[in-house]
Write a protein that binds this ligand. Structure first.
Ligand code: ATR
Length: 288
């Protein structure tokens, strides 16, 4: 045979993990984790696990009983998984959601949230000298992603968070839940005074995503040294990032957050802290 097929086999001691969601077919995690498994030659597997909501809790326990190392949890289970976990990391409690579950040797279900870690690590990789304590951060949106971003920025000693959301009440509720006096809710449209001294501007809303309305924001008052980032990664360069780039601001796209948030799970389950590279970015974006 001139072109032998690369055969992926598992041993009797393979480590197993996957992603639970409903549906889960859209998830990039199997491709992402699969890339690292192949790259590092790990004796393990990571699979998509579609689970109907009524079967969710029993399925998590079943995976533990089947000897899985752990699972990622995605929509719509990021909150439901709370009740199934025996222990929660401090950041999972503060973010109010779990995306990474590990089964301990003694059968405990441990919940963690790595979204904030992914957000910070993405910015650090793209802007190595970034200093999160250097000035205010302006955060657009007050949903689940916003909460993870805010908690992570507070942990990095960000001096002030200016939080703005279409539904102002949701922003106030989020600020109250996090309970840190560095968070200020901006009522009404964002103005130059909110932007002129910001170190960081983050879109955590779904605006600008393929199929969603555009994010409309006037960046005229934004400082030149403000770093602008978007958690949306489809398209990779959102209108916000294009607009910011055109006026000379440094921009960071959202794909890296997805890639970096996966690192702690891979590390716990398979024993290696994997590297995020441009080759991985291309692989994850390329059609299956
Ligand atoms: P996620 O968990 O991804 O953060 P989410 O909790 O549904 O998702 O939050 C979505 C965010 O996008 C919210 O801040 C939402 O604003 P509201 O709280 O006012 O709903 C924001 N968002 C979604 N569609 C929007 C739109 N058309 N205009 C303005 N904001 C929008």
């Amino acid at each position: 045979m001139s072109n032998p097929v690369a055969i992926h086999t598992l041993s009797g001691t393979s480590r197993l993990a996957g992603v639970m969601g409903w549906p889960v077919s859209h998830s990039k995690s199997p491709r992402l984790q699969g890339y690292w498994l192949a790259k590092y030659g790990v004796d393990g597997s990571y699979m998509p696990l579609p689970v109907a909501p009524e079967n969710f809790a029993a399925s998590v326990r079943a995976l533990r009983d089947l000897g899985f190392a752990g699972v990622n949890v995605t929509i719509p289970f990021k909150q439901a998984v709370f009740a199934v976990c025996d222990e929660l990391s401090d950041r999972a409690k503060r973010i109010g959601a779990v995306n990474t579950v590990t089964f301990s040797a003694d059968g405990k279900i441990l919940g963690d949230n790595t979204d904030g870690f992914g957000f910070i690590e993405n910015l650090r990789q793209s802007v190595p000298d970034i200093d999160f304590s250097s000035g205010p951060a302006v955060i657009l949106g007050a949903g689940g992603a916003s909460r993870a971003v805010i908690v992570a920025l507070l942990d990095e000693n960000c001096p002030q968070i200016r939080l703005i959301n279409r539904t102002a009440k949701r922003a106030h509720d989020l600020a109250d839940e996090i309970g840190d006096d560095r968070i200020t809710v901006v009522n009404g449209p964002i103005g130059d005074a909110d932007l002129c001294d910001a170190s960081l501007l983050v879109n955590t809303t779904s605006l600008g995503m393929v199929g969603q309305p555009a994010l409309e924001i006037d960046l005229a008052g934004l400082a030149q040294n403000t770093i602008v980032t978007d958690i949306v990664y489809a398209p990779l360069k959102t209108d916000l990032l294009l607009q910011a780039e055109a006026r000379g601001n440094q921009v960071v796209d959202g794909l890296g957050m997805l890639l970096h948030q996966a690192r702690p799970g891979f590390h716990k389950w398979f024993g290696i802290d994997p590297v995020v590279t441009s080759a991985l970015r291309e692989f994850v974006l390329s059609p299956v």
